[in-house]
Design a protein around this ligand. Structure first.
Ligand SMILES: [Ca+2]
Ligand SMILES: [Ca+2]
Ligand SMILES: [Ca+2]
Length: 255
């Protein structure tokens, strides 16, 4: 049985490049992944994706729940868990999301404009130019790995340690320049369900979300541009960070 999924683009957006190539015989109709993508004014497409994953937004309600979705906009993170401090990787376990930064030192949420450390918003404390090249979908905080450009996101039944799968994950990026940002989705056995490239939008917002017919995604490998935060952008250096995360209600992995 092939693990290939058929990507179907929702709406008029282009520039989604998926490594997903073909279906497998009679089960094709069950192996369609819907791809939602937009740049610039992304609000309508984000709302379509929210609807596709299901209502309501379950906030920080403990699971297990059978329907709806979860969201993280980072804005409620307290100063002592925001840059220059690291965010604990399990801070959002109440929403069923765990984060690691392979090869890096951890993950951070950007400072807001009033904070004890006087760190600049939008990761301007790491490079002053970032405060103008990064923008927000939900003000003021953004999210990034540190000393790495990769985050692995895994899921639990919200509020528990029980491993879980979701039917989709999507998120907002800011300042994707050369198409080096991507999501790759993996099932519970570590098999890739496809890698999707984020559409570029210099200094602006991009959105990509993928919705599968059932809860099959156990891990998302998130790539942020082609460099860890720190250097100036150039023809060969693309840094990008992220704002809102949206994902299906985590469901316990079955036997
Ligand atoms: Ca935010
Ligand atoms: Ca740029
Ligand atoms: Ca960039």
């Amino acid at each position: 049985m092939s693990n290939r999924w058929i990507p179907v683009l929702v709406g008029a957006s282009a520039l989604v490049i998926a490594s997903v190539t073909s279906g497998c015989g009679s089960s094709k109709s069950n192996r369609i992944a819907s791809v939602f993508s937009a740049t610039g004014d992304i609000t309508a497409r984000v709302n379509e994706y929210r609807s596709a994953l299901g209502e309501p937004n379950n906030g920080s309600t403990s699971g297990p729940l059978t329907s709806g979705r979860r969201e993280i906009n980072w804005d409620g993170v307290p100063d002592d868990k925001a840059s220059p401090n690291f965010l604990p990787g399990d801070f959002f376990r109440p929403r069923g999301a765990l984060f690691t930064a392979p090869g890096g030192t951890g993950v951070q949420v950007s400072a807001d404009s009033a904070n004890p450390a006087s760190a600049a918003p939008r990761f301007g404390n790491l490079n002053a130019a970032y405060a103008s090249s990064f923008t927000t979908f939900s003000a003021e905080r953004l999210f990034s790995p540190i000393d790495s450009n990769v985050v692995d996101m895994t899921f639990t039944v919200p509020g528990t340690s029980t491993p879980a799968v979701v039917r989709g994950f999507g998120a907002v990026y800011t300042d994707v320049d050369v198409g080096s940002a991507s999501f790759e989705y993996f099932d519970k056995d570590g098999v890739s369900l496809g890698r999707f490239t984020i559409p570029a939008n210099n200094n602006g917002l991009s959105f990509l979300g993928v919705s599968f017919p059932t809860a099959v995604v156990a891990r998302v490998r998130i790539v942020y541009g082609n460099q860890a935060l720190g250097p100036d952008e150039s023809a060969t250096v693309d840094v990008a960070v992220m704002d809102d995360f949206i994902f299906g209600e985590p469901q316990a992995i079955g036997p």
